[in-house]
Write a protein that binds this ligand. Structure first.
Ligand code: SF4
Length: 458
């Protein structure tokens, strides 16, 4: 059986560019530090996290009733509500809406769900022009890449590279990399696209069951520009994005931007309730594996995620290996517990892409026990999933040694002896990836067990 490329192999590709990997690490750590600084200014931060977590627990336990309530209220507001069991059905709903309304050009604001469903390729293959209007998304769309981060999709690119991309696609001056100049060029370019488009697609950050309305959060106002100018608004929402009441919204808005980028609030928190006069509004509620995840007792609370990206910014593996190494729409720690639920074979190495340090769980605004779930997935995968034969063999061998105290003592003795007499090149060579950047501690003369037996009486 041929296994897909492992996270480690994909990470090794990224790490070949040492300077970029250091820069990526520093950049994301800077965002994490901003998150800490702003969170520390809120005395009730931990209570907010607790409350958000409890609200989301309530949502997951009552998802069926809340969804029915949400649909009823949204319909009463004049929104056409559609349900999609998977990505294919979601994409077909969008296609049908575009066909019925004879739309050929559309603008899209950032939506991780439409990335998950592969909507852009689906529509482009059928001759539609889909323009991503979030600046970072537009950059990677020009560059024919997928987002490497859920909040900062082009965080893997440097200014100079963005300047080159804009020179190629927008005709900016060769070599120009001034952010203000480049942003102005993008603004002029996107203005035209907003004016030409007849439909606007947005994601949904929060759907409010009590009102049937929903909220879209952007820093650039691009969701508003798109939806205000176009006749058709199609909002695509994962079914877990619900909150029960409008009064709950403030809890999440206070946490979201602070956790994501260290801002006090996202620049535009746009509320949509009903279509404007003579315009149409559609809302597609997408399952695509979410109810299956809800049924997995150990992993269900991963659905509480509000997609702030904080677990990525803090993760020592993500920061050094980049989002592309995860080969999944949602990368980083949360992606590593969501993706195996979607396709265990494809994503079986992701739960191992973690030090299990728990930093992800510590920063998560909705208190998902991410590192515990990573550990749980490892157990599932080792038992029933595909894993590398060498790893399986090593684990079996380790299990044998550790379950037999005499064998364990003997192996320890042999390892200490051979390490102390081996020439350096025997331990640190091209076969030992671990030793490339690390030194083993000095080998002790005796085991801890021997030392303890000698010293316990003292
Ligand atoms: S798991 Fe938590 S920290 Fe990570 S993106 Fe989701 S809400 Fe943010």
């Amino acid at each position: 059986m041929k296994l897909p490329q492992t996270h480690a192999a994909a990470a090794a590709d990224f790490l070949k560019d040492t300077e970029r990997s250091h820069w990526h690490d520093d950049t994301l750590w800077h965002v994490r530090s901003k998150r800490d600084a702003t969170a520390e200014k809120i005395p009730e931060w931990e209570q907010l996290r607790m409350l958000a977590s409890q609200i989301k627990d309530h949502v997951l336990s009552n998802l069926d009733n809340l969804l029915v309530q949400f649909e009823k209220n949204a319909k009463a507001n004049g929104i056409e509500v559609l349900w999609a069991k998977d990505a294919q059905e979601h994409n077909e709903h969008v296609l049908r809406i575009l066909q019925e309304n004879q739309v050929k050009q559309l603008v899209k604001s950032k939506s991780i769900l439409t990335e998950e469903c592969g909507l852009n390729h689906f529509l482009e293959d059928k001759g539609y022009e889909v323009v991503d209007t979030d600046l970072g998304e537009r950059i990677i769309q020009f560059n024919k890449q997928v987002p490497s981060h859920i909040v900062m999709p082009a965080i893997h690119l440097k200014k100079k590279e963005i300047g080159d991309i804009f020179h190629k696609h927008l005709g900016t001056d060769a070599g120009a990399d001034d952010p203000q100049y480049l942003t102005e060029a993008a603004r002029q370019h996107l203005r035209q696209k907003f004016i030409q488009a007849h439909a606007a697609i947005t994601g949904v950050n929060f759907g409010i069951a009590e009102t049937g309305g929903f909220v879209v959060c952007t820093n650039e106002g691009n969701a508003d520009m798109g939806t205000h100018l176009a006749d058709i608004h199609i909002a695509c929402m994962g079914i877990e994005k619900l909150i029960p009441r409008a009064a709950d919204l403030g809890v999440f808005l206070r946490l979201l931007a602070r956790s994501a980028t260290g801002q006090s609030i996202t620049n535009y928190n746009s509320h949509f309730h009903r279509p404007r006069k003579d315009k149409k509004m559609y809302l597609i509620l997408v399952d695509n594996g979410r109810t299956k995840q809800l049924g997995r007792e150990d992993f269900r609370n991963s659905l509480k995620c509000i997609r702030c990206g904080a677990c990525m910014n803090t993760c020592p593996i993500y920061r050094r290996s980049s989002g592309f190494s995860y080969n999944s729409t949602v990368p980083g720690p949360i992606g590593s517990i969501l993706s195996p639920g979607m396709d265990l074979k494809k994503h079986s190495t992701l739960p191992f892409a973690s030090t299990l340090c728990g930093s992800c769980s510590d920063v998560c605004p909705v208190k998902i026990n991410i590192h515990e779930q990573l550990y749980k997935w490892r157990q599932v995968i080792t038992k029933e999933g595909p894993s590398e034969p060498s790893k399986k063999w090593a684990m079996r061998f380790g299990g044998q040694v550790m379950s037999k105290p005499r064998l364990f003592d003997l192996m320890g003795k042999m390892a200490r002896k051979s390490l102390s007499i081996s020439p350096r090149g025997f331990v640190y060579n091209s076969f030992n990836a671990w030793g490339k950047h690390r030194e083993l501690p000095e080998v002790p003369k005796e085991s801890f067990k021997d030392w303890y037996q000698k010293n316990r009486k003292k």
